[in-house]
Write a protein that binds this ligand. Sequence first.
Ligand code: HXC
Ligand code: NAP
Length: 293
Amino acid sequence: MKELLMLPKDSFLNKTYIVTGGATGLGKSMTEALLLLGANVVIASRKEDKLIKACDELSSKTNSSSISFAICDVRKYDEIERLILTSIERHGSIDGVINSAAGNFITPTEMLSPNGFDTIVDIVLRGSYNMSLALGKYWISKKIKGNILNIVTTYAESGSGFVVPSATAKAGVVALTKSLASEWGKYGIRTNAVAPGPFPTDGAWDRLMPKEVRSLYSVEDRIPLKRVGKHEELANLATYLLSDYSAYVTGAVFTIDGGEYNFGAGEFNFLNSLSIDMWQQIEKTIRTNTKSS
Ligand code: HXC
Ligand code: NAP
């Protein structure tokens, strides 16, 4: 990833970040970028084996000893408080957080149990506000200009069937992002969000694109740029938003989806696949129609 990063080397020297969900998928890729740019990173999630594996892998890949882990269930406020204390003990302070932890699976809503709904909303929304609240209290009391980056998704805006708890929770996270930007701007605390379209990860693909679903459609066909996202593309956006290069950006939600969201919304975008021959025929028909109208 090193040669693909856009920020100058050492952009995050002496800075410390917490990345929830940092042991896997996109959280792991964003952690790699932060390490390569000189940061200390504490990755946090529930499963110790994954955390240990990610720390080993990323420290050897980035040649950095600045990664460590803490076991933390983001649904529990006291565990978040412990994570923050541990991170401060290790590094002296905390400059920012990436809330990447999430839970999700596709299902018809009427097949969900109340606990199924709660589980997703608690990880995604409660997890994000637990972290924001605990870090905000710390930053405000210490006069630290902290930085929160929430990972949402494009259907936080549109809503989506079959992932209703996730859509509900991510929409809440967008509201959290914008609200805190307004309220805590006076303390120099910035809050932004990134809304990715499809970026292949085991966690997302196993739960959102099982083989039965994958055989029904092509992800790439729904994307104007005709491909899924690359992890370094998201990592570049995320590190920009955590850096001082984006010092005047707060309360923003950045979509990074190859154009998928707008393509899905535009009334006539389905015509994209028509051939020139068909367009010539269509033009003739329209001209004939309009002459007689
Ligand atoms: C219906 C289900 C279910 C399923 C679990 N449940 N899977 N219901 N269909 N496929 C129900 C269970 O029966 C239970 O309810 C409740 O959900 C909690 O399940 P547990 O297994 O006890 O919970 P837990 O061990 O905490 O696991 C949480 C999890 C799991 C979300 C279910 O998948 C997980 O750990 N996920 C973490 C990683 C993840 O989800 N990554 C994907 C992020 S992708 P009952 O009533 O039986 O007790 C993403 C992308 C968005 O967000 C955008 C893409 C474009
Ligand atoms: P992932 O690898 O499954 O990441 C989810 C992470 O969340 C895991 O590391 C998991 O670790 C952690 N987690 C789950 N429940 C937790 C809890 N209660 N407490 C602490 N950590 C918890 O999936 P991903 O695709 O990289 O997703 C990362 C983020 O990007 C998510 O916010 C997701 O919604 C968002 N996103 C992904 C895509 C995509 O296409 N991949 C698109 C849009 C948005 P443990 O299980 O060990 O706790």
